[in-house]
Design a protein around this ligand. Structure first.
Ligand SMILES: Nc1ncnc2c1ncn2[C@@H]1O[C@H](COP(=O)(O)OP(=O)(O)OP(=O)(O)O)[C@@H](O)[C@H]1O
Ligand SMILES: [Mg+2]
Length: 427
């Protein structure tokens, strides 16, 4: 009796090849997919998806391509160790642009004609580069030049770069600035949480026919601890653990089976995870320590600025131009300190309800700031602060459901506060 028969499974639940029929829609995976949909929908130029090896980048691309294949022409480059000319040729081949010349000018002209033709037909053209960390600088530059092909009104081409964290570092280097500035959507695929890892294992088992293998929560926790929630490692560990159990004719997978399986998996992988965690913690620690003096200086600067503004207003020297007034940070904390009569308003939890189909949350209160995530219509976000730019644009600092804070422009949200809710009658 073989392994699958023993566990009454129809197929291997933990295969290592990305397979869209086994796609587990974790929040993180769904968020990345939503960002890519948004990027193509809104005709953004460049998008970037970063993730550690095995987190599911290629899997997501498969789902994304399935979703868009009817509405877009897609060139998928999986082996990007190509010269700029080879890359261009590979893109043309994938888009089925057949040419009997290898003259680069002719190739680019044909590509541009194709983009215009497809745009008139209402179709998007997307170039996706998987493993983009392997692109040479020259090939990245070639992609940047291709992305310049646009009409006066809109981008004709969407480019999605998918790669490991070193790609992000390269893009931030001095020589890559021009390309980096063109990236408007950036997302990072993080490992699964403990709960997601547990659901992921259960989900894959059900997909493969449910079977008779029993993995209780304690065992799943061990798998999570060793794998760090990275789907490829979860697959590897769970299937090995099931194999060890099968050899011992046990249907109940136990911790000892997982530990035994872990011995057979290259130690470097799990060690990499703990190192990454350690480095991560160290960076966060350093950032916190280094931010303390900066925050203190910023706080005093803001206080000085406010005092000067208030003083000059009192002495009648303050210009009434909205620009000058707007430059003052109207943060709730500042209101609390200087204007105690308004204190009550800071106790009211205000919420920003997204009023447009999809809205961008940004790292800073500026349209030029990096996009951290995309939220959809109707989502409700707690407002923790606000800021008005010199131009008069107002921004809200909001808390996302995952606990992070980002900025959203005021004109794409509706603000509600507890005051709007019916108050309980107190007798
Ligand atoms: N959301 C998911 N649902 C189901 N399986 C997943 C998911 N994410 C990852 N996997 C599985 O994890 C394994 C690794 O996924 P994938 O190859 O997509 O990762 P990757 O990030 O592209 O890795 P690499 O950087 O090495 O190319 C595959 O077996 C894939 O099926
Ligand atoms: Mg991959």
């Amino acid at each position: 009796m073989d392994y699958l028969e023993f566990f009454h499974l129809q197929e291997d639940p933990f295969g290592l090849t990305p397979d869209s029929s086994y796609f587990y829609p974790s929040k993180m995976h769904n968020d990345v997919l939503a960002s890519l949909d948004y990027a193509v929908d809104q005709k953004e130029g460049f998008s970037l998806v970063i993730g550690e090896p095995g987190t599911g980048k290629t899997t997501i691309l498969k789902i994304f391509i399935d979703r868009w294949k009817e509405k877009a022409e897609i060139a998928l480059i999986m082996t990007p160790r190509l010269s700029p000319e080879e890359l261009l040729q590979a893109v043309l081949d994938d888009l089925k642009i057949i040419l009997d010349t290898t003259n680069k000018n002719e190739m680019i002209k044909a590509f541009r004609d194709f983009l215009i033709d497809r745009s008139l037909a209402g179709k998007r053209v997307i170039i996706i580069v998987d493993e983009a960390q392997n692109l040479s600088d020259a090939s990245l530059e070639e992609l940047r030049l291709l992305s310049n092909l646009e009409t006066e009104k809109e981008k004709l081409l969407q480019i999605i770069l998918v790669g490991q964290p070193e790609l992000q570092k390269r893009l931030q280097s001095e020589g890559m600035r021009q390309l980096d500035q063109r990236i408007t959507i950036r997302t990072t695929l993080r490992p699964l949480t403990l709960q997601e890892t547990s659901d992921y294992i259960a989900f894959r088992l059900v997909k493969a026919g449910k079977g008779s293998a029993i993995l209780d929560e304690k065992v799943k926790k061990t798998i999570y601890k060793i794998s760090g929630g990275i789907p490829r490692l979860v697959n590897l560990l769970t299937s090995r653990a099931m194999m060890v159990a099968y050899i011992g004719t046990a249907h109940h997978i136990q911790k000892k089976h997982v530990l035994d399986a872990a011995k057979h998996i290259s130690n470097t992988q799990t060690r990499i995870i703990s190192w990454q965690k350690l480095v991560g913690y160290a960076i966060v620690g350093l950032l916190i320590v280094s931010l303390i003096p900066v925050s203190v200086i910023m706080y005093h600067k803001i206080q000085d600025y406010r005092n000067t503004t208030i003083a000059s207003t009192k002495s009648g020297m303050q210009s009434e131009s909205p620009g000058n007034l707007a430059a003052v940070n109207t943060s709730l904390s500042a209101v609390k300190k200087d204007e105690p009569e308004q204190k009550v308003s800071s106790d009211i939890q205000r919420k920003a309800i997204v009023a447009v189909y999809a809205a961008r949350l940004r790292e800073r209160p500026s349209l030029q700031a990096n996009i951290e995530r995309v939220v959809t219509k109707g989502e409700s976000l707690d407002i923790t602060d606000e800021w008005t730019e010199l131009s008069g644009n107002k921004w809200y600092k909001v808390k996302t459901p995952d606990g992070n804070e980002s900025w959203i422009a005021s004109y794409i949200v509706r603000v509600t506060s507890l005051r709007e809710l019916p108050q309980p009658v107190v007798r």
